[in-house]
Design a protein around this ligand. Structure first.
Ligand code: GLY
Length: 369
């Protein structure tokens, strides 16, 4: 039965000597424990960084996977991605007397993964780490691909490093601790993969029942997203491919979404919620620019709504502020706004020089004032 399946076929992120496997399955604590034991048998130290909330909700998982390994718990929430908390993590790794052969297991959502990964990238100039994502968003996006970092008061993710994990273990059972709202927010990133590069996945999501943490199909869908992400990362590990768009295409809906987060105040919208509205905008922009045939908006809106995601702003936000926020986004290159647009469902690319008046029109359609 799918619910008891340990591993839904491992997949590989092929990056030469930095290659690694992603395991998606249920009940993976014993698999992880074997990795911990084998590291220790090779005289390699192990330390755990875990999201504090997850530690409360999943104590058995942590005990089964890690036993008495030294562990530091980190508060949930974006403010944890700070210089101060980075210092606390580095002090913990130093106090634990890890040497360069050590391996850190980072267990949590995107915040824990980004901070923990950056600590691993910088401690002793880089040690190994393994990602154990506990949110849907982290499973399909942030735990794969080696982006790590923290925020500064000047903006999100302004300090960081590319540092690939040595493995990713996505245990679907951890998702049962997520609130419905957080699960939905992760679904925005799932839907994103369909729109940007996987028409079959998108069609499947349109046809499928609403996905939840216990859906039998979930492992396969997550694996498919990871496969999509792996192929993109293999082609453009450091997001330098401006010709085809490469890794930047993963930002479909994010130029609009980041602006919503910045103007509404971080916390009002979960990242995935802002990206959901952003994808509606990106699709409408693609239609307005006549890159994409008309008529796809209703399907996308219905899918997002079915998964509990917003398709318009909850309260109107000022157009001027949204445009300003777009221009200050760190993805802006040389002062020019760049959008991920679609030529068809599952076929995307970057577009620059989009008329500002068009962008304003699109914002108004989702409730900007
Ligand atoms: N989350 C976008 C990326 O990993 O490139």
């Amino acid at each position: 039965m799918v619910m008891q399946e340990k591993v839904v076929r491992p997949l590989c992120v092929g990056l030469d000597e930095r290659s690694y496997e992603i395991l998606v399955g249920r009940n993976l604590s014993s698999v992880i424990r074997r990795v911990v034991e084998s590291l220790r048998e090779s005289n390699r130290q192990v330390a755990i960084l875990a999201d504090e909330q997850l530690a409360i909700l999943q104590p058995t998982f942590l005990a089964e996977a890690f036993g008495d390994c030294p562990k530091l718990e980190l508060p949930s929430g974006e403010t944890t991605k700070s210089l101060e908390k980075l210092g606390a993590v580095l002090d913990f790794l130093a106090d634990t007397k890890l040497d360069r052969s050590a391996c850190v297991f980072v267990v949590g959502g995107g915040v824990t993964g980004d901070l923990g990964g950056f600590a691993a990238a910088s401690f002793l100039r880089g040690i190994d780490f393994i990602q154990i994502p506990s949110t849907l968003l982290a499973m399909v996006d942030s735990s794969v691909g080696g982006k790590t970092g923290i925020n500064l008061s000047a903006g999100k993710n302004l300090v960081g490093a590319f540092h690939q994990p040595r493995a990713v273990f996505a245990d679907l059972d951890l998702l049962t601790s997520l609130s419905t709202r957080e699960f939905s927010a992760g679904m925005a990133e799932v839907i994103k993969y369909g729109l940007l590069g996987d028409r079959d996945l998108y069609q499947r999501l349109l046809r499928a029942e609403t996905l939840t943490a216990t859906s039998p199909d979930l492992g396969d869908v997550i694996r498919r997203c990871c496969e999509n992400k792996a192929r993109v990362v293999e082609g453009d590990e450091r997001e330098t491919d401006s010709r085809t768009g490469g890794r930047a295409l993963l930002n479909l809906g994010h130029t609009f979404g980041h602006a919503i987060e910045a103007v509404a105040g971080y916390g009002d919208y979960l990242h995935g919620e802002a990206v959901a509205i952003g994808m509606v905008c990106a699709l409408r922009l693609s239609e307005k620019l006549e890159f994409l045939d008309l008529g796809h908006s209703p399907d996308l809106e219905a899918l997002l709504s079915r998964q509990g995601l917003p398709t318009v702003l909850r309260v109107p936000l000022a157009l001027k502020s949204l445009l300003n926020a777009m221009h200050s986004d760190k993805k802006v290159k040389g002062g020019r706004l760049r959008f991920v647009v679609m030529d068809a469902i599952g076929v995307s690319r970057l577009a620059e020089d989009v008329p500002l008046s068009l962008v304003e029109d699109i914002w108004r359609t989702v409730g900007a004032s």
